[in-house]
Design a protein around this ligand. Structure first.
Ligand code: ARG
Length: 578
C-alpha cells in the first residue's frame, strides 16, 4: 500500500540526495484519479526539495531536477520516474500496485491505512474529547446532535490511529434551571409520568414552570430558595436533583446507543460547583481577578491590560458562572486523566467562551492549555419532524427511521430483510451523518429530509447501498477471501483507478487528523463509491473467465474493506443488505 510505495521512493531519494527517508515520506503525495488518464501515481514537489535543503536555491532548479531524475533508477516496483511541471512523477508497476495494495488490505483488515508512517509526527498519547453535552430538562437541539456525531467522529479517528481516547459528556446539570425544575416538579410533577417518559416529563415541567414564573413572583422566590438548598447540599433537594440526573442519563444512554455512541464519563457542571470556588480564590490570590463597581469578578485578558477583552467569572453574590465551572472542570480533568490533548466540540457561538477559557487557564500558568482545542460547528436550519420542532434526539432518529423504511418499501431493489427497521435505522443515521459531514463543519446548512435520504447523489444512503451491493457480490461469488489471484489481470482503467484511489486512504485520514474535518474522508468515500459503481458495470464478475473473476472479486473485496473502515470512523455502521 501507500506506505510500501512511499518507502521505496523515499529510499531512492535518500540514496541520491543523502538525506533520511523520513525527510521525503510526508512530501510524497498519491495523485488523485482524474478523467484525464495519468501515467503516474505519486508526485514530489520540487519546492519540498528546496525547502528541505536537497536542492540549492542558488542553482537552476530545472537542471537540478533533471539531474536528479537521471540518477533515480527505475526498478520493478517504480517503473517510471519523470520530470513534470514543478514536480517529479513516479509510476508504480501495475501488477505490483494491485498485488501490494490488495495484499495489505487483506492482511491489515480494519487496521488498513491507520498505521501509516504519515501519522508519526502527529500528537499521540491520550486524547480527551468532550462532546454532546446536553442540558438536562432543556431541548436537545440540532446543535447537540451535531456535537454528538462530530465528537464521535473525532474520537473514532483518534482511536483508529492508536490514541488512547476518553469520551466525555459534560452535562448541563447545574444552575438556576434546577431551582425552577425542583419547584415545578413539587407543584406539577408526577413520579409516574417521570418513570414512563422521563425526558418528556422533565421538559414539560420545565416549560410549565418557566411560563408560570413569568406572571408569578412566588415561583421565582421558591426557585431561588430551592437552588440555594441545592448549593448548600441539603439532602432532600439534592436527592430530587440526583433522581432527575440519573433518569436523564439512563435515557440519553439508550438513545446514544441507537446512534452507536458511548461515553466513558458523564461529567457535568455540578461536579465542579465546589471546585469553582477554589478557582475564584486562586484567581484572587494570583491577582488575576478584579472586582468591578457592581461587585462582579472579572479577569482582564487583553494584552494591553485595558479591559478591551475580559471575562466575568463571578456574580456579585459571589457565585460562579458557566466559565468558572469550565475552568475548574479542565483542571480536574487534567489531574484525573493526564491527557496529552483535549478537544471540545460545540457550536460556533461558544468560540468566544473557549477563547476566554483558554486565556484564563494560560494566565493561571497551565501550560498544557496549549494542547486544548475547540472545534466549532455551524447551525442547522429547519430540522423538523412530523411533530414539529425537534425537542428530543430520539424524535430525529425515529423520523429518519420511518422515512427510510418508507423509501425502502417503495424501492424495487430492496431485499427481503430480516429486520427492516434496524436496517432503516442504520441507513437513516448514516444519511444524517453524511449530510452533516459533507462541508466544512463551521458552515451553517439547511436541513431537508428528502435531500438527506436520497438514494442517488452523494448521500449516506448511497454509501450504504454501495457497501450492501459489494457484500451481496461476495455472498454470491466470493466465498474464499484467501483465494490466490493473478494481479496482472487487474489492468483495465476501472481497476487501476480504484487501486490508485485506495492508495490515498492514509493521506486522507492524515488531512482529517490535522484539521479534524470529516469532509476529506466523506469525499474520499464518495469517490470510491462512484468508482465502484463504474467497476460494477465495466468489470463483471459473473460470466468472466474464472481467473479474471477471482482477481476482480479480490479487488471488490479490498474496496469493500476500505469503505467499511472509513464508514466506521465516520460513526456509520455499514449494513450488509438493504
Ligand atoms: N451544555 C452546553 C450547551 O448545551 C455545552 C457544554 C459545552 N462544553 C463545555 N465544556 N462548556 O450549550
Amino acid at each position: 500500500m501507500a506506505c510500501f510505495f512511499r518507502r521505496n521512493i523515499a529510499s531512492k531519494l535518500s540514496n541520491a540526495l543523502g538525506q533520511s527517508e523520513e525527510t521525503f515520506i510526508s512530501s510524497l503525495f498519491a495523485i488523485p484519479v482524474s478523467k484525464k488518464q495519468q501515467s503516474s501515481d505519486f508526485r514530489l514537489s520540487v519546492n519540498s526539495l528546496l525547502q528541505n535543503g536537497s536542492f540549492s536555491s542558488a542553482d537552476d532548479t530545472q537542471t537540478q531536477t533533471e539531474a536528479l531524475v537521471q540518477r533515480l533508477k527505475p526498478d520493478n516496483v517504480v517503473e517510471e520516474i519523470s520530470v513534470g511541471c514543478g514536480v517529479i512523477n513516479f509510476k508504480i508497476s501495475r501488477t505490483v500496485l494491485a498485488e501490494k495494495i490488495l495484499e495489505k488490505i487483506h492482511n491489515d483488515g480494519h487496521l488498513f491505512g491507520v498505521r501509516s508512517e504519515l501519522f508519526s509526527s502527529l500528537q499521540k498519547g491520550r486524547t480527551l474529547v468532550e462532546f454532546s453535552s446536553p442540558n438536562i430538562a432543556k431541548k436537545f437541539h440540532a446543535g447537540h446532535l451535531r456535537s454528538t456525531i462530530i465528537g464521535n467522529f473525532i474520537a473514532n479517528l483518534k482511536e483508529a490511529v492508536g490514541n488512547d481516547v476518553i469520551r466525555m459528556n459534560y452535562l448541563g446539570d447545574w444552575g438556576m434551571q434546577f431551582g425552577l425544575l425542583g419547584v415545578g416538579f413539587q407543584r406539577f410533577g408526577s413520579l409516574e409520568k417521570l418513570k414512563v417518559n422521563p425526558l418528556q416529563h422533565l421538559f414539560d415541567v420545565y416549560v410549565w414552570v418557566n411560563k408560570e414564573a413569568e406572571s408569578n413572583e412566588c415561583i421565582w422566590l421558591a426557585a431561588r430558595e430551592f437552588f440555594r438548598q441545592l448549593e448548600q447540599g441539603e439532602a432532600q433537594a439534592l436527592s430530587l436533583w440526583q433522581h432527575f440526573r440519573e433518569i436523564s442519563v439512563e435515557e440519553y444512554q439508550r438513545v446514544y446507543k441507537r446512534l452507536g455512541v458511548h461515553f466513558d464519563e458523564y461529567s457535568g457542571e455540578s461536579f465542579h460547583q465546589s471546585q469553582a470556588q477554589g478557582v475564584l480564590q486562586q484567581l484572587q490570590q494570583r491577582g488575576l481577578m478584579k472586582t468591578t463597581e457592581k461587585g462582579t469578578g472579572v479577569v482582564d485578558l487583553s494584552s494591553a491590560k485595558n479591559m478591551s477583552f475580559y471575562s466575568t467569572v463571578m456574580r456579585s453574590d459571589g457565585t460562579s458562572l458557566y466559565i468558572t465551572r469550565d475552568i475548574a472542570a479542565a483542571i480536574a480533568r487534567k489531574e484525573k486523566y493526564a491527557f496529552d490533548e483535549m478537544i471540545y466540540v460545540t457550536d460556533k457561538s461558544q468560540e468566544g467562551h473557549f477563547q476566554q477559557l483558554f486565556g484564563i487557564l494560560l494566565a493561571m500558568g497551565h501550560e498544557w492549555t496549549q494542547s486544548c482545542r475547540h472545534v466549532p460547528f455551524g447551525l442547522v436550519q429547519g430540522m423538523k419532524t412530523r411533530q414539529g420542532e425537534v425537542v428530543f434526539l430520539e424524535d430525529v432518529l425515529d423520523e429518519a427511521r420511518t422515512r427510510m423504511l418508507r423509501n425502502m418499501k417503495e424501492s424495487r431493489t430492496t431485499k427481503e430483510l430480516e429486520d427492516p427497521e434496524d436496517t432503516a435505522e442504520k441507513v437513516g443515521i448514516s444519511a444524517l451523518i453524511v449530510q452533516d459531514f459533507k462541508g466544512p463543519l463551521v458552515s451553517d446548512y439547511k436541513f431537508n429530509w428528502d435531500k438527506v435520504l436520497q438514494a442517488q447523489g452523494d448521500t449516506g444512503v448511497f454509501l450504504q447501498y454501495t457497501h450492501a451491493r459489494l457484500c451481496s457480490l461476495m455472498r454470491m461469488h466470493g466465498g474464499d477471501a484467501e483465494a490466490a489471484f493473478d494481479p496482472s489481470l487487474l489492468q483495465e482503467l476501472g481497476s487501476i483507478a480504484m487501486l490508485k484511489h485506495l492508495l490515498r486512504y492514509d493521506e486522507v485520514l492524515h488531512r482529517s487528523l490535522q484539521d479534524l474535518q470529516p469532509k476529506h474522508l466523506v469525499n474520499f468515500l464518495m469517490t470510491l463509491c462512484h468508482l465502484i459503481a463504474t467497476a460494477h458495470r465495466t468489470l463483471p464478475v459473473k460470466g468472466s473467465p474464472a481467473a479474471q473473476a477471482r482477481a476482480r472479486l479480490q479487488l471488490f473485496r479490498g474496496a469493500c474493506t476500505v469503505l467499511a473502515n472509513g464508514m466506521r470512523i465516520l460513526g456509520i455502521t455499514p449494513v450488509e443488505m438493504m
